[in-house]
Design a protein around this ligand. Structure first.
Ligand SMILES: [Zn+2]
Length: 458
């Protein structure tokens, strides 16, 4: 067992984090936008070389199609505990930089100003990978790597990780580990470090209806039914004005929350002002009208959201027209237990029962929710080492309100997962002027170094 000298390790992490910045810049210059198939082969080569340079064993997996999945292994050092393995999940793809005119610097040219580094992928998710590698290097230069470390770095996270589940299934043995650190996380507006032990799922639907082969003169509305009205009425039958979801069976599969989970959920902070002010909200929060606790809603309740709708004419001035068709995109953020297939069946049955057999519904994509066992000691270990490394408050969320492929990880690997990352409250992931603060970059690397050390000792 390795004696951990925190001070020596801290100095080593600061040095390695500092030395890793040049490489991070190089990584940020690669325009690896998965949605536009940009620079994927060169990014894969870059990462494979990078892992090798840091002393890792690498396999590039690509025979199942999609952008390659990269496997990396850093075996425990001589004095380390080779019985323990931590898996890091990262992704090398980024979101498109649009809208370009809102960037104050070049999106793919890293720009450092007052300790903040700007560029597409700084927060989501290139900074995290470099930070984790810096921690590994710092450990290797001091006490040796205390346990085995594996990486799974994929290139389709920003487009919903369509290929990942088949790679996980095929390579479950290769990626086998005792616990996993997920790809994202940030500090909130009060400088608290946010950790997430799970994630919501998502099911994305398209509903459409058509009543003619061409748009018609609206005088014909006297006799011809209107697809926009049909769709609006169908939607209105699915959710009432108080935001109750009225689709029969919608809540059937949900796993009940026990007392301890409820307590954990209600212990996390909720800052109404941090939500209403920056976003200029004009309506009261729906949880207020419903007398609900917002934390419960964010983490434990599913949603049903109209993401967009189109029909007929919405240009300038007037155009009297009876549209030939209407379409809506709808997403449901799901909680553990729910499946997109079940929701699709519920929607189909609901539409038939309510007289909307003309409305077609399709499940475009879905990802199930996952929540780690909240009693798993790994959760506390991540939290305690974060407190020590960041010297600030840390909040453990049982799950994030967002979505990612955690369910597929657990299905193949069966392990606790906690997400943490390099972001801050103003990181603007997916938006123009994405950034990280270099202080967080170093503190986060220190967190990973402490975590690996203590994880190996358990
Ligand atoms: Zn992202």
């Amino acid at each position: 067992m390795i004696e951990s000298n925190r001070q020596e390790l801290k100095e080593s992490v600061i040095k390695q984090a500092d030395q890793s910045v040049d490489t991070l810049y190089h990584y940020l210059r690669l325009t690896s936008v998965s949605a536009q198939h940009l620079a994927i082969p060169e990014t894969v080569t870059f990462i494979a070389d990078l892992l090798k340079k840091f002393g890792g064993e690498v396999q590039v997996l690509d025979e199942l199609g999609g952008n390659p999945v990269i496997y990396g292994l850093f075996p425990a050092g001589e004095q380390g505990n080779s019985e323990r393995t931590l898996l890091f999940y990262n992704h090398y793809d980024v979101q498109p930089p649009d809208p370009l005119d809102e960037w104050e610097s070049e999106p793919f040219e890293p720009y450092l100003k007052d300790g903040t580094l700007y560029g597409r992928g700084t927060a989501d998710n290139k900074g995290s990978l470099m930070q984790r590698l810096a921690a590994i290097k710092a450990l290797e230069e001091t006490e040796g790597l205390p346990c085995n470390v594996k990486f799974l770095i994929e290139g389709e996270e920003e487009i919903g990780s369509p290929g990942l589940p088949s790679y996980l299934k095929k390579y479950a043995d290769l990626f086998q580990a005792d616990a996993c650190i997920w790809e994202f996380g940030s500090k909130d507006a009060e400088e608290r470090v946010e950790l997430f032990a799970g994630i919501k799922g998502s099911a994305y639907f398209e509903l459409s209806t058509k009543s003619a082969s061409i748009d018609l003169h609206s005088s014909l509305a006297a006799v011809v039914d209107n697809p926009a009205w049909r769709l609006v009425q169908a939607l209105a039958s699915m959710k009432d004005q108080n935001n109750n979801i009225l689709v029969e069976g919608f809540f059937d599969e949900i796993e009940a929350a026990d007392e301890e989970l409820l307590q954990l959920v209600r212990n996390v902070p909720f800052d109404k002002a941090a939500l209403s002010e920056p976003f200029g909200l004009t309506r009261p929060l729906i949880t207020e009208a419903r007398g609900e606790i917002p934390q419960d809603a964010l983490m434990l309740y599913p949603t049903m959201t109209i993401c967009g709708m189109v029909s007929g004419y919405i240009g300038e001035g007037a155009k009297t027209v009876l549209p030939k068709e209407a379409k809506v995109k709808l997403d449901c953020r799901m909680v553990p237990g729910q499946t997109g297939e079940h929701l699709l069946a519920c929607f189909q049955r609901h539409l038939l029962r309510h007289g909307f057999s003309d409305i077609h519904i399709e499940l475009i994509e879905s990802q199930r929710a996952y929540r780690s066992n909240i009693h798993d000691p790994f959760l506390n270990l991540v939290k305690q080492t974060a407190e020590e490394a960041y010297q600030s408050d840390v909040v453990l969320y049982p799950n994030s309100p967002g979505t990612g492929p955690m369910y597929a990880f657990n299905e193949s690997l069966h392990l606790p997962i906690v997400s943490t990352g390099v972001g801050w409250a103003e990181s603007k992931a997916h938006a123009p002027n994405e950034s990280i603060r270099m202080k967080d970059y170093v503190d986060g690397a220190l967190h990973m170094a402490y975590l690996l050390t203590d994880f190996a000792a358990k």
